[in-house]
Design a protein around this ligand. Structure first.
Ligand code: GLY
Length: 367
């Protein structure tokens, strides 16, 4: 382990693996893949924005570790996270003659990790995947925990598996090439993790926003590693989202409604930020949390420049919320911030959910 690297062990029931977080560690991917996954052939799956920047380094590192390397590049963008792209990737893996002993290396953000992970899960009924996340969202959330999926016309991530990676290499220097607004958007998920489990991180993020000028890479790496630990603690005790893992959906029920109602013009992290603040206001109005808890959440999101409310019509937001895949018949489990570092899962009816939208959305000016 280099001085700049933190290793977080993830002993998930279906596979144990290490998440490595550090500055300038991308070139260790060959060595890490060799130790974690073995095999003869490695296929890098990446997209048209990330591939031109980092694929050469990853290919060279894998080749130096003794792999026969191929690369598949798909057109960047959530709109391409579809079964048609997945089919092309699967044909590419077959064309590159990967066997059951070989490995896929997912190089990119959340879309790449989800799709490359799903390709690995399906190809030959499952081969190993190493995740090399290059966006903040992928580092703190989607590369860890094994959720892999593509979108259907009916909604995001409706077709997928739980397929844990064999290793994750998160080089925070890759964040230098990320669009600033995308980086800021992803901080919504970081703040969510802090609300879930780390009052000190929430206070630190509020006092010194992560997207502020001169924020050092070493501090970003520390926060990423802390986020991975928070997610790890949830995922290892509930890999398949039967209970505790639902808490990671904090902010997502109203957030998904806002994201879809905005026609996906508002980013995922920003939608989660607004959704979490709306839920905090609604929870406070219901007496489920104290005003201090609500205010701390709103202040942390506002400090990052993230939205804390929505002006979208309640009917439209609610309508999209009811199509959420977490709905069970006429009820839905919602995650409520009881206090910073402690959340509660509550089962509510659709009528109660609608009341929460009315209490929490568009009411921020009253805070
Ligand atoms: N992003 C939530 C989860 O992985 O369960």
């Amino acid at each position: 382990m280099s001085a700049e690297e933190t290793i977080v062990e993830v002993p998930a029931p279906s596979r144990s693996y290490e998440v490595r977080v550090g500055c300038g560690i991308l070139d260790s991917i060959g060595e890490v893949t060799r130790a974690a996954a073995g095999g003869e052939r490695a296929c890098v799956i990446t997209e048209t924005n990330v591939g031109p920047i980092y694929a050469n380094r990853v290919e060279a590192s894998l080749a130096a570790a003794g792999y026969t390397v191929s690369t598949l590049t798909f057109e960047a963008g959530e709109q391409n996270k579809r079964l048609s792209t997945l089919e092309t990737l699967l044909e590419g893996l077959a064309e590159a003659e990967l066997t059951r002993d070989d490995v896929v290396v997912a190089l990119g953000g959340g879309v790449t990790g989800d799709m490359a992970g799903l390709a690995a899960a399906m190809y030959l009924r499952g081969i190993q995947v190493v995740q090399a996340p290059t966006s903040l969202l992928a580092m703190v959330d989607s590369s860890v925990g094994g959720k892999v999926a593509v979108d259907l016309a009916h909604g995001k991530n409706l077709c997928g598996f739980f397929w844990q990676p064999s290793a994750v290499v998160a080089d925070v220097e890759c964040l230098h090439s990320i669009d600033r607004s995308l980086y800021t958007d992803s901080i919504g998920e970081v703040v969510k993790h802090a609300v879930l489990a780390d009052p000190q991180m929430l206070a630190d993020l509020t006092a010194r926003p992560m997207n502020g000028e001169g924020y050092p890479d070493e501090l970003v790496a520390r926060i990423v590693a802390e986020n991975v630990r928070i997610k790890r603690d949830v995922v290892v005790s509930d890999e398949k989202e039967r209970g505790l893992r639902q808490t990671l959906n904090l902010g997502h029920t109203i957030g998904h409604g806002i994201e879809a109602a905005s026609d996906f013009k508002l980013g995922h992290g920003s939608s989660v930020a607004a959704g979490l603040c709306c839920m905090a206001r609604a929870a406070c109005a219901k007496g489920w949390c104290k005003p201090e808890t609500r205010d701390a959440i709103v202040a942390a999101m506002a400090a990052q420049g993230l939205p804390t409310d929505t002006e979208l019509p309640h009917d439209v937001v609610f309508d999209y919320m009811t199509h959420d895949k977490k709905r069970h018949g006429d009820t839905m489990n919602i995650v409520v911030p009881a206090e910073i570092g402690a959340v509660e899962v509550r089962k509510v009816t659709m009528a109660e959910l609608r009341e929460l939208v009315d209490l929490g959305c568009g009411t921020g000016k009253e805070d």
